[in-house]
Structures are given as structure tokens and as C-alpha cells.
Design a protein around this ligand. Structure first.
Ligand code: MN
Length: 338
């Protein structure tokens, strides 16, 4: 096949004919980032950097898109005036892609994109409005389990906590090394949460017991899974321009191994993924290139699952849309503040 490179398309791949199998959705969402700024431009920088990522991944024996139809959508930029209205706009933007036939890959934008993604995932036929069947696997430096940050419960620092409030059944975290006392206590007391701390998986750094247990936890998952990758889960040296780079994180290969292991879990189906907190680095493309490489690994593993018959399209025609204007009318309930 001739190489056709198309500007603004992930991996430079032009969309081919047919139903979309994989959609890349850049989400320029930034309302609550606390430290660095620039997560809104990150997704497009990641798409630009993806032009330098190899189309060959050893999990497939052919170049991407390997027969799949890949579509890259234009950048989403919220237009609503309030945070909660923007979250609802995000739900409306991503929900059509949870149609059971397509695998969405979201590029963020701050981690605050997670709750609206999780809410929209109700529409996926494997979730079928039963959000407690969904597991979220989170790579992150931060636990993101705060009650609120600077008074904002939908801050990026609360993304995993709000996803639990929305009703997900399970949260698996890895790379965690920056968290508060309250978050440590929640991790201890809430049996929906399983956390692998970086101080255990990274020290000693090579092939320790804790890392093996993490891979085993992934292998034994069942049901639908959303994978959320905050790039600050990687060691800060690999992603220096992300909003809050933190030392002592995962290596590139540990993230690759996590993605490969999750996608090959025999009883789990990864229905979607996001790579977030991408901030365009100036003078070097390392941060956005790292993010693009990880998103490419996710896509390659998804294509691999399709080719091995472990991911089959399903109709969601019978599923009622998840409630709209959900976040605008959101109220803290007793159960959600546990
Ligand atoms: Mn995060």
C-alpha cells in the first residue's frame, strides 16, 4: 500500500471507507487544572506528534490501521459557560461513539474528562446502563479521589472519586504516589478501590512482586473496562510538560505491559480508553510523543483483540440514552460522600 499521510489525522492515517472501527477524539478540556496550564492544546500536539510514531507494533503482524477504519475527529472545545454545562456537552459529544461497534480513544485535556466519559459509557451495550459492571483501570501519579480541590468536586483531582459516585463497580489504580491522608483512608476503607502504589511497584525497580500482582489483577478482570491513562503516571522525566509531573513513576515499558496485559485479559473487554493531561512541550516533542506512543499501543492492542475474535461489534439500539443534563442537575448524595 502507498503511504498516504494526512495532516490532523492520528498517525497521519486518512479515514478509509466503511463503518468507523476506532475513533480518536481530541478533547480540549481545561477548566480546573491547578498547576500548569495548556492541557487544551495538548490533544492536537499529540496528534501532530503521532505522525512520527511507527505504524508497526509487534502485537500485530501488519502496519496500522491493519484493515481497521480509523477516524480522527476535530478538536472538541467546550462553549458552555459553566463547568457542569461543559461536562454535559462532553457527554453529548462522546456518547454517540459508545454504539457498540466503535472503539473510542479520547485524548485530553485534563483528567476532569473522566466522569463525563464514564457517564456516557452507560450507553455501551456491554454496560447496558448498569454502570456497576464497569471497571475503570487508572494509570496516574495521583489517586484523584479527593472530595474536592479548591472547592471544586469535579476538579481533575477528583476524577476517580466522582467516577465511583457515578456508580462504577471497580477502580484499579497503578503508579499512585501523590495523595492526601483522606485519599489514603478511602483507598483503605472502600473495597471497590484497589491501588498499586509506585513506592511498591517501582522500588526495587525491576520485576518485583508488587508489579507481578498488578499484572495478575489485570488478567483476572471481567466485564467491560474503561482504561484511563493520566500521563503523569509515567515518570516525570518522560512527560516533563504535563500539568503536574511527578518523579518516581512508571517506566514506558511498564505502561506498555499494562496495556498489553489488560487487552489480553480473557474475561474482560476494554470498551474505551483515554490518554489525558497532555500538555504540548516546547523545544522538544517528548511529552506529546510519549502520549501518542501510548495511544498507538492502545489502538494496536484493540485491533489485535478484534483480529483474535475477542472484540466483536454489538448493537446498542435497544439501550436508552444515559440521562442528558446529568451534571447540571448533579447533587451530592449521602452515598457519594462516603
Ligand atoms: Mn489524574
Amino acid at each position: 500500500m502507498d503511504d498516504v499521510f494526512e495532516e490532523g489525522q492520528f498517525l497521519g492515517l486518512p479515514q478509509t471507507e466503511g463503518d468507523v472501527d476506532i475513533v480518536v477524539l481530541p478533547l480540549g478540556f481545561e477548566l480546573t487544572t491547578s498547576y500548569g496550564m495548556g492541557t487544551a492544546e495538548g490533544p492536537m500536539a499529540c496528534i501532530e506528534a503521532s505522525s512520527q510514531v511507527e505504524l508497526y507494533d509487534p502485537v500485530l503482524n501488519e502496519d496500522l490501521p491493519a484493515g481497521a477504519v480509523l477516524s480522527t475527529q476535530p478538536l472538541w472545545e467546550g462553549s458552555a459557560g459553566s463547568l457542569m454545562e461543559q461536562l454535559d456537552e462532553l457527554v453529548d459529544h462522546v456518547r454517540p461513539w459508545y454504539n457498540g461497534k466503535c472503539f473510542p480513544v479520547f485524548l485530553g485535556g485534563e483528567h476532569g474528562i473522566l466522569p463525563p466519559i464514564v457517564h456516557a459509557a452507560r450507553n455501551h451495550p456491554l454496560v447496558n446502563n448498569e454502570l456497576n459492571t464497569l471497571t475503570v483501570v487508572q494509570i496516574d501519579a495521583h489517586a484523584d479521589l479527593r472530595e474536592s480541590l479548591d472547592g471544586e468536586p469535579f476538579s481533575h483531582a477528583c476524577a476517580a472519586g466522582r467516577s465511583l459516585d457515578l456508580g462504577i463497580g471497580k477502580l484499579l489504580q497503578v503508579g499512585i504516589r501523590a495523595y492526601s491522608l483522606q485519599e489514603a483512608q478511602l483507598i483503605e476503607s472502600d473495597d471497590r478501590i484497589t491501588t498499586f502504589f509506585a513506592r511498591d511497584t517501582q522500588h526495587p525497580p525491576v520485576q518485583n512482586e508488587s508489579w507481578k500482582k498488578w499484572l495478575e489483577a489485570l488478567r483476572t478482570l471481567s466485564g467491560p473496562v474503561h482504561l484511563t491513562i493520566d500521563i503523569d503516571g509515567l515518570d516525570g522525566a518522560l512527560v516533563p510538560s504535563t500539568g503536574t509531573p511527578v518523579p518516581g513513576g512508571l517506566s514506558f515499558w511498564q505502561v506498555q505491559e499494562t496495556v498489553e496485559t489488560l487487552f489480553s485479559a480473557p474475561n474482560a473487554t476494554v470498551i474505551s480508553a483515554d490518554v489525558n493531561e497532555i500538555v504540548a512541550q516546547e523545544g522538544s516533542s517528548l511529552t506529546q510523543f510519549t502520549a501518542a506512543s501510548i495511544a498507538t499501543k492502545v489502538i494496536a492492542c484493540h485491533v489485535g483483540a478484534r483480529k483474535q475474535g475477542r472484540w466483536n461489534p454489538i448493537n446498542n439500539d435497544a439501550i436508552e440514552d444515559s440521562p442528558s443534563q446529568y451534571f447540571q442537575t448533579w447533587e451530592r448524595t449521602a452515598s457519594s460522600s462516603n
